[in-house]
Design a protein around this ligand. Structure first.
Ligand code: FES
Length: 164
């Protein structure tokens, strides 16, 4: 979101701050002018890849890893506060950290509820293939997104990340 005073920072959903981030130092990520409303960018700090997203509620920072199977969300699609994963079409709400559309490969909700492999409308349900691949799908939990604190300092987006 951008107001007359400039871009804003979206609040972090309760309980979803990334481990170690609350006490971490803020590090410069990129000029805010490089993150237009609706844009996403990957910024790496050592081996930690962070997604900066300029959502309709403001700028957020999360891991640049889909909570399903770790695909980079930064090359997906952002609409409002919803980010679509480029790998299995999972969709996640950056206001809540929740999945809003299960990945097409199926998996488990954060609470453990099982979702089968996605099947196009009007087709017979696709069975899981046998073997370890099916087991892997059945055990893949779609976790909630974790967020990093963000601030704006003199036109630069800074992120608190727990890296040395
Ligand atoms: S890796 Fe993102 S939906 Fe599967």
């Amino acid at each position: 979101m951008t107001t007359a005073a400039g871009p804003t920072i979206a609040p972090i959903p309760s309980g979803l701050t990334a481990i170690g981030a609350a006490d971490a130092a803020f590090l410069p990520a990129l000029p805010v002018s490089d993150l237009a409303p609706g844009a996403m960018a990957r910024v790496s700090f050592a081996d930690l890849d962070v997604l900066l997203a300029h959502t309709s509620e403001g700028i957020v920072a999360i891991d640049d890893r889909c909570p399903h199977m770790s695909a980079p969300l930064s090359i997906g699609l952002l609409e409002g506060c919803l980010v679509d994963c480029p790998l299995h079409n999972g969709q996640f709400d950056l206001r809540t950290g929740e999945a809003t559309r299960m990945p097409t490969t199926g998996g488990l909700d954060a609470d453990g509820t099982y979702h089968p492999v996605w099947t196009p409308e009007g087709k017979d349900p696709k069975p899981d293939p046998p073997g370890v691949k099916a087991e892997a799908r059945r055990f893949t939990r779609v976790r909630r997104i974790r967020f990093y604190p963000v601030r704006l300092v003199e036109g630069v987006v800074e992120v608190a990340v727990p890296v040395a």
